[in-house]
Design a binder for this molecule. Structure first.
Ligand code: NAP
Length: 327
């Protein structure tokens, strides 16, 4: 038996979540039984999709649903050795016992930091890769707009599009993120949607229109992008973070889809198992060569997970939001 902690949802948020919606709960984690492993969490992924789940799917007084990387602390399972690193979807638990189902042994490249397996080489990376190249059917040299371009998915999307010779415009909510996107990631134009009037700024930044709008935000962003879409344009719908806390603005410009023959298509990260091998080969090479750069915001301490989740809706993360529980 080992002392451990879990992050629970203790009441359903009303709008943007607040600290009091969550609790850090002390628990005792049993030792691994026959055919089981006991795991200690190393990194926890903090993602926008968690917010809509808090309205219904996330059970109250249970560990928050989510994924991360953990280390095998005890093994009585033939498939795992003590010290192995695994990806898991066991939620926000400092330690937990598993029969091995849903655990994926991770063999990180020694030349890359482990954290990249939580973003560029993890779920947000394949979301960006599959969403842009397959759903967005990106062609070399096209005109691309990416919302939330300073975040985990958006920053990868924008840089893959640059690697494909595209003209890339990004939106973000801070001057620091805008400067990184321009000066480090090499975007052609960046709009701070909090300090500029989005629709005219986007019109000025996209003189040749938009072939692919990679949608992460919804609401006013979608409304600004729709009239700029070129004929046969594509809108891969990855997320609509501006709507996740309820409210949000309605979208008025959907009629632009009609004469523009624009295709709008939602997708989820798990749609791309067939791309996994190619994605890992490409992304590993791009990261090692420095062609894809990244930012990450890492909060140290298991108990900081609620702060990290709330921070996503205040734009406190540059790149991927992570919680580090131990090295
Ligand atoms: N379909 C899938 O399988 C899948 C997988 C992963 C992510 N997603 C979606 O992709 C999007 C980005 O996710 P991510 O993990 O990369 O998160 P992220 O962009 O790293 O972090 C969230 C960012 O969203 C921006 N934001 C928050 N509230 C906003 C609002 N009301 N309006 C505009 N921007 C707002 C903030 O950046 P600013 O400073 O720029 O405001 C914040 O930093 C989300 O919509 C998410 O749901 C979908």
């Amino acid at each position: 038996m080992t002392e451990s902690r879990q992050i629970h949802l203790v009441r359903r948020p009303n709008g943007v979540p607040v600290d009091a919606d969550f609790a850090v709960v002390a628990v005792n984690t049993p030792d691994a039984g026959e055919g089981e492993v006991q795991l200690e969490t190393v990194l926890m992924s903090v993602d926008p999709y968690m917010r809509p789940r808090l309205n219904a799917d996330q059970p109250l007084d249970r560990p928050l649903l989510g994924g991360g990387i953990a280390r095998v602390a005890q093994s009585r399972h033939a498939g795992f050795r003590e010290g192995d690193l695994v990806r898991h979807g066991a939620g926000m638990q400092e330690r937990f016992v598993s029969d091995g189902r849903g655990l994926l042994v991770l063999k990180p490249d020694p030349d890359l930091p482990l954290t990249v397996y939580m973003h560029a080489l993890g779920g947000t990376g394949i979301t960006a890769y599959g969403g842009l190249l397959e759903v967005g059917a990106l062609k070399d040299g096209e005109q691309v707009f990416v919302s939330t371009a300073g975040g985990a998915v958006g920053s990868v999307v924008a840089q893959i599009a640059k690697l494909k010779g595209c003209y890339v415009v990004g939106s973000t909510g801070s001057d620091d993120k805008a400067a990184w996107l321009r000066d480090v990631a090499g975007l052609d134009a960046v709009i701070n949607y909090k300090t500029s009037d989005l629709a005219p700024a986007l019109e000025a930044a996209t003189p040749k229109g938009i072939d692919v709008y990679f949608e992460n935000v919804g609401g006013a962003h979608l409304d600004a992008a729709l009239p700029r879409m070129n004929v046969r344009g594509r809108i891969p719908v990855c997320g609509m973070i501006s709507t996740y806390n309820g409210g949000g603005e309605g979208v008025r410009n959907l009629f632009n889809l009609i004469y523009g023959r624009v295709r709008m298509e939602g997708f989820v990260a798990s749609d791309f198992p067939h791309l996994r091998e190619r994605f890992e080969t490409d992304m590993t090479a791009w990261l090692k060569s420095g062609q894809i750069k990244y930012q990450e915001t890492v909060l140290d301490g298991f108990e900081r997970a609620p702060e990290a989740l709330i921070g996503l809706f205040e734009g406190r993360n540059a790149g991927k939001m992570l919680v580090r529980v131990r090295d």
